[in-house]
Structures are given as structure tokens and as C-alpha cells.
Design a protein around this ligand. Structure first.
Ligand SMILES: Nc1ncnc2c1ncn2[C@@H]1O[C@H](COP(=O)(O)OP(=O)(O)O)[C@@H](O)[C@H]1O
Ligand SMILES: [Mg+2]
Length: 246
């Protein structure tokens, strides 16, 4: 274990999010607290409409929360209305996002969709493509490397999107129902890859899921109900005290 493993990669304090104003306001998150440490893969469960996507989008610097504090790898992203002005760079360098839909770039082949984020970071094209090929092989889509996105099946597109999220070795991965378009065999491959990534690269990973097949694989589970978060199963890792949270 490394010294950095004691600082949460994802730290959330009293987070709230309300959509809209006045009588049409919808409070999607209420006073949410959580901490995910390097090397952890935690599950985020909850019924439809409970706030899972809202939470992930706040953590991913896609959506502004209404209050509270979010820190990623020790850097404050939001704090009660103050927001980090380098959110785009934070998102690019610190977060791998796996959305419910693949959102791939249609005019690039599978390999270049994966190689693109490292290229944006300034990695040489050749090294970025080599890394893409490695990930395509791990996700069993190597044979589709040169295919255009529209020629891929839904499951293949999702695996390319997962590879893209891993390509920059981000310290944080946020996955919103990543295995929904996959059969159970492939869902397990994806989960194993995420667990292996967490272990080897000390990545902190949150996976939103409904998939009964993969739920037993999580060491810790958070559950959202009507915007309120509860921790359900812990392996003894304590939440940091407010003073220690960054
Ligand atoms: N853009 C939005 N505008 C207004 N309400 C929203 C918006 N997005 C989500 N909501 C509401 O916030 C609540 C949480 O939604 P969401 O985070 O998508 O839940 P989940 O991902 O758990 O299904 C729901 O009541 C939903 O209707
Ligand atoms: Mg959702």
C-alpha cells in the first residue's frame, strides 16, 4: 500500500443538487457524503430516478452541484458555489467517464476513438495507438480495431467506449451502467478489467449498476434512495473525518 492510498481519490461532503427553481424544483441529491480510495471499485445502486446519474455527473465535472464539496485526487472541484476554473483539464486528465451510451466519434475507427484522448494529452500518435490496441485486445474487440463505429454492434461500441475511458490511465473512473448493453459473460470481463485496473493503477472506480451478476463483485456498495446515500456493505474502510477530507 502506498501513502497516497490514504487520501480519497473521490471525496464528497454534504453534496446537494436541485434542478430548476420554485415549484418545479426537483431535489436530486440531499446531503451526500462519500469517499472512494485509490484501488477501490465501489458499486452505486438505487432505483431509477434516485439520483445516480446526477451524482456521477457532478463528480465528473459535467454538472454543477447546488451545494457541498467535491474533491478529486486532493484537488477541490466545487465548494459551496466556488468552482475550479480548470474543470475541463481536470476532466481530461483525472477522469475516465463511461456513459450509459458509448458516444463515440463516428468518423474515426475504433482504434482512433481510443487513441484520441491520449493524443489530446500530447502523447505521440504511435504510442497512443499501441495503447489502444492493447485495450482492444483486453476487451476482446481487437478484430474490430479498423472498423468504423457504425459497423460495430452495440456491445462492441460499449467496449470501445470502456477502452477509451481507460486509455489515459485516469486516477478516477466513473461508469454509468457500463455493462447494460453487454451479455453476462462480457459484463464479467469488463468488471474484471476494472478491478484489475483499480488494483494495478490505484484507480478509484464508481460503477452504477442494476446488474445482479456483477453486484457480488463489489467490496463496498452505496445505495441511493430519493437522493439520500447510504453505505451498505463495507470492508472496514472508515470514512475520513471532515477535517481530514480534502
Ligand atoms: N436535467 C434535469 N432536469 C430536471 N430534473 C432532472 C434532470 N435530470 C434528472 N432529473 C431528475 O432528478 C432525479 C434524479 O435523476 P437521475 O440522476 O437521472 O436518476 P437515476 O440515474 O438514478 O435514474 C429524477 O427525479 C429526475 O427526474
Ligand atoms: Mg441514470
Amino acid at each position: 500500500m502506498n501513502v497516497k492510498d490514504h487520501i480519497p481519490a473521490i471525496s464528497v461532503r454534504n453534496l446537494s443538487k436541485t434542478y430548476g427553481h420554485g415549484r418545479s424544483a426537483v431535489t436530486a441529491l440531499k446531503d451526500v457524503n462519500l469517499a472512494v480510495f485509490p484501488g477501490e471499485v465501489v458499486g452505486l445502486l438505487g432505483p431509477s430516478g434516485s439520483g445516480k446519474t446526477t451524482l456521477l455527473q457532478c463528480l465528473g465535472a459535467i454538472l454543477d452541484p447546488s451545494g457541498g464539496k467535491i474533491s478529486l485526487t486532493g484537488e477541490t472541484l466545487y465548494e459551496n458555489g466556488w468552482r475550479n476554473k480548470d474543470r475541463r483539464a481536470l476532466r481530461r486528465d483525472h477522469i475516465g467517464f463511461i456513459f450509459q451510451r458509448p458516444y463515440l466519434i463516428p468518423f474515426m475507427d475504433a482504434r482512433d476513438n481510443i487513441a484520441f484522448p491520449p493524443m489530446l494529452q500530447g502523447k505521440p500518435n504511435k504510442a497512443a495507438r499501441r495503447r489502444a490496441d492493447e485495450l482492444l485486445a483486453l476487451l476482446e474487440v481487437a478484430h474490430r480495431a479498423d472498423a468504423r463505429i457504425e459497423a460495430l454492434s452495440g456491445g462492441e461500441q460499449q467496449r470501445v467506449a470502456i477502452a477509451r475511458a481507460l486509455a489515459n490511465d485516469p486516477p478516477v473512473i466513473l461508469a454509468d451502467e457500463p455493462t447494460a448493453p453487454l451479455d453476462s459473460q462480457r459484463a464479467l470481463i469488463v468488471m474484471k478489467l476494472l478491478q484489475q485496473t483499480a488494483r494495478q493503477a490505484r484507480t478509484a472506480i464508481i460503477v452504477v449498476t442494476h446488474d445482479d451478476n456483477i453486484i457480488p463483485l463489489f467490496e463496498r456498495i452505496y445505495r441511493l434512495r430519493d437522493g439520500i446515500l447510504h453505505e451498505e456493505r463495507g470492508e472496514g474502510r472508515e470514512m475520513p473525518s471532515p477535517a481530514a477530507a480534502t
